[in-house]
Design a protein around this ligand. Sequence first.
Ligand code: 13P
Ligand code: SF4
Length: 303
Amino acid sequence: MNHKQEEILKLKEEKNAIILAHNYQTQEIQEIADFLGDSLELCIKASQIEDADLVVFCGVDFMAETAAILNPSKKILIPDPQAECPMAHMLPAEDVIKYKKRYPQAAVVLYVNTLAEAKAEADILCTSANAAQVVESLDEDQILFGPDMNLASFVQKRTDKEIIPIPEVGYCYVHKMFNTGDVTFSRENYPDAEVLVHPECDAEVQEAADQILSTGGMLRHVAASSNKSFLIGTEVDMVTRLRRENPDKLIYPLLDEAICETMKRHTLDKVKNSLMEEKFQVKVPEDIADKARSAVERMLEVS
Ligand code: 13P
Ligand code: SF4
């Protein structure tokens, strides 16, 4: 631990705070987190917070909002309020309402990568770890699914239900960077490596890979596998966590440039400031939070 990290740990104790962080955070933030996980694990953890007075959330806007939705009486802080997920902003609530009018018989399944107002319009949420399971749990045969078109096509291949992507083209710019050439080229260099990609990658990249997994799924797979080397097709700091926790294995990024810029807005200085000044508080209006909470809780029951 460096000096700044030690200061944060001390402050955290004084303030009775906990730090939740997504797997894409930098190593120095991963090291000070009380809990590190994928979106589903972070939702579950956020639903179980009991004795902390403050929660500092090192992730993007929709993740911190979900924690606020699940904990209306707690102070949820985000160290940099500009840590936004561009994909979550591709499906505003008005658009969900428009699609619901066009397909009144369809169920609405939204990825947690949506803003609170859109979540409030969903029947149920999903993450990359449980999307197919959530869709299969529903009675409806027609599903409005958004905003990630690649996760929608991943689910379509695993269900007989009709999946209608909303919007037609919603995507993550980080996972869009991967192409099949990266898989072919990397396999030539590391012929023994197993290729793991995230379901936000394009369908052709998913087809070229060996496994399609959420970030939490990648962690479990690498720990349990007898393989020694892996190529990781998701945000580069996932490699950081995998390497730290699997020192006996060889873990390589499929693409060094796959960096989620907004995840990296959180720094140790900003985390310290967030704890000292108790800012920036994430607030979700009560009526929106109540509606969105039902959709999150319905997902947690299925998972
Ligand atoms: P995971 O839930 O797999 O961690 O994915 C979150 C995310 O934002 C992927 O880009
Ligand atoms: Fe959003 Fe993509 Fe960053 Fe995940 S990696 S938070 S989907 S921009």
